[in-house]
Design a protein around this ligand. Structure first.
Ligand SMILES: *Cc1c(COP(=O)(O)O)cnc(C)c1O
Length: 393
């Protein structure tokens, strides 16, 4: 039934597990454990837990399960496992499929913590990682070998919004039987196309668009029932990356408004892009559906909409860029994105501060680059705020 519904109906009604009280709003089962009627019941549940039977909240919990079912329905995935944060999801997706001696190919333009896992952690356990320019299909083709076990990528990179041709990369990876893991944060769960393109495991930081109101950390790994239950769950339930029932409840209720919020924020980002393209104080305006994005054709063919984030490059040095940021009156300065509150981030001095200068240049992280996350405020106020601050440089 739920699979025939359209998105907004799924987001309100799927995954509900109503208790004997018939509550309208989903209950928070803030419990670590569960009681068994008899010793025989406990034995049977440990042997095999039924769909409505839980053992311990690190393994699963009714509120967390409601969230997992709702977001799996949205993504069109058979199953999902919710995690304490986006990084717990990234870590679990990699750790549960890799062993010493395996080879991984990853795009280079990654969120800092993802880069840490791939560059620093995996190597310590004897996993070899080859990094490629995610936009260059020849590089993928050359790097992927018969012994490549997994491919990792961010479908749209942070902070310069480079776009990866998911279908082409999946085809190359699947020829050697490698599993494709896609961190899909910037694409958003509303405009996601990852599973259709052939991705095996989709990962989200639900801290971003799903919560979307700056309250809770969370993450999720989505994929086939086989992969989630046989590969991801055993690792996560024993290594302790579970989502708390309270956070799951916040995320579950947030899903009800996700489509409305993401579409409103996207409309603002698209209007903002149009207002900024060609502005004399900007060297670059990067938005996946913006006409000055070098990969706009791929962005349009692959994505229904361009998403909620824009990257702009101020024509000037760090001081000029800081004058722009400090002149903003509505946008807040923070390192998160996809929030109801509009946010600007200066990647070179915050999220990507620790990268060596040559890598910053290679990734396009210039002193003038600002990541602009459009929130739920009135679009005219936001555009006015940015244009006014550009004048103030
Ligand atoms: C934020 C983010 C993460 C990490 O998510 P947390 O919830 O902060 O752990 C991973 N990947 C990308 C692309 C992100 O933007």
């Amino acid at each position: 039934m739920a699979n025939d519904w359209k998105t907004r109906t799924k987001l309100v009604h799927s995954g509900v597990r109503r208790s004997q009280y018939g509550e309208v709003s989903e209950a928070i089962f803030l419990t670590q454990g569960f009681v068994y009627e008899t010793a025989e019941d406990a034995e049977a549940r440990f042997l095999e837990a039924g769909d409505d039977e839980f053992i311990y909240a690190r393994y699963g919990n009714p509120t967390v399960r409601m969230f997992e079912e709702r977001i799996a329905t949205l993504e069109g995935a058979e199953d999902a496992f919710a995690t304490a944060s986006g990084m717990a999801a990234v870590n679990a997706a990699l750790m549960s499929v890799l062993s010493a001696g395996d080879h991984v190919v990853s795009s280079r333009a990654l969120f800092g913590s993802c880069l840490f896992i791939l560059e620093d952690v995996l190597g310590r356990f004897g996993v070899e990682v080859t990094f490629v320019d995610g936009r260059d299909l020849d590089e993928w083709e050359k790097a992927i070998r018969p012994d490549t076990k997994a491919v990792f990528l961010e479908s749209i990179s942070n902070p310069t919004l480079e776009i990866i041709d998911l279908k082409a990369v999946c085809d190359i990876a699947h020829k050697v039987g490698a599993l494709v893991i896609c961190d899909n944060a910037f694409a958003t769960p509303i405009y996601s196309y990852a599973l259709e393109c052939g991705v095996d495991l989709v990962v989200y930081s639900t801290t971003k668009h799903v919560d979307g109101q700056g309250r809770c950390l969370g993450g999720v790994v989505l994929g086939s029932k086989e992969l989630i239950r046989k590969t991801i769950e055993p690792y996560l339930k024993h290594s302790g990356g579970a989502m708390s029932p309270f956070n799951a409840w916040v995320m579950l209720k947030s899903l009800e408004t996700l489509d409305l919020r993401v579409r409103a924020q996207t409309a603002t980002a698209a209007a903002m892009t149009q207002a900024l393209e060609g502005h004399p104080k900007l060297k670059r305006v990067l938005y996946p559906h913006g006409k000055t994005h070098p990969q706009v054709a791929l962005g349009k063919s692959q994505m229904e909409e361009g998403g909620t984030v824009i990257a702009i490059d101020i024509d000037g040095d760090k001081a000029a860029c800081f004058r722009f940021i400090n002149a903003l009156k509505i946008f807040i300065i923070s390192n998160n994105f996809a929030d109801a509150k509009s946010i600007v981030t200066h990647p070179a001095t915050t999220t990507h501060q620790r990268l060596p200068d040559d890598q910053k240049v290679e990734l396009g992280i210039t002193p003038g680059l600002v990541r602009v996350s459009c929130g739920l405020e009135d679009p005219d106020d936001l555009i006015g705020d940015i244009l006014g601050a550009l004048d103030a440089i």
